[in-house]
Ligand binder design. Structure first.
Ligand code: HEC
Length: 123
């Protein structure tokens, strides 16, 4: 084995520890290991996103909370509010929110938590 081959073999083993057991090529492995990390979404975030749509939040705040003429973007609420503050706000919207037509969110605690987790990871 040449030095180059040895180096490559070592890299392949390293890459493959973090990815699929796909023995095609190191390039495929590296690409897959990246995709695996970014594409498996947190199930609670998936649930929160479904609630965001089923509760019609997107009708005012836009798909993905990017904002519309009807309501502000929700990107960054995770920085603005703590989890408990955000849940309290959804449960009892302030006058600015109700003034814009937003209703109090009535959900089971675990659904409210999923919705707020979804909102807090928007960026
Ligand atoms: C009828 C339109 C409407 C709907 C539907 C709506 N909102 Fe709102 N929302 C508003 C308005 C208006 C505000 C206040 C914007 C402002 O502060 O200027 C607001 C504010 C908020 C805020 C506070 C944002 C901040 O930066 O302080 C959050 C969080 C929020 N909404 C979440 C939701 C969620 C979650 C849903 C779905 C359950 C939802 N909204 C549905 C109109 C709406």
């Amino acid at each position: 084995m040449s030095n180059l081959e040895q180096t490559r073999a070592a890299q392949e083993v390293f890459i493959c520890e973090t990815c699929f057991k796909d023995r095609n090529s190191s390039i495929v492995w590296a690409w897959k290991s990246k995709e695996v990390k970014t594409e498996i979404p947190d199930p609670i975030v998936v649930k929160g996103h479904a609630l965001f749509q089923s509760q019609s939040c997107n009708s005012c705040h836009g798909e993905g909370g990017i904002g519309t003429a009807a309501a502000v973007a929700l990107t960054g609420v995770g920085v603005k509010y703590s989890e408990s503050h955000l849940e309290a706000l959804l449960h009892a919207p302030n006058s600015k929110m109700t003034g814009g037509g937003m209703q109090p969110v009535v959900l089971k605690p675990q659904d409210l938590e999923a919705l707020s987790t979804y909102l807090r990871q928007l960026h």
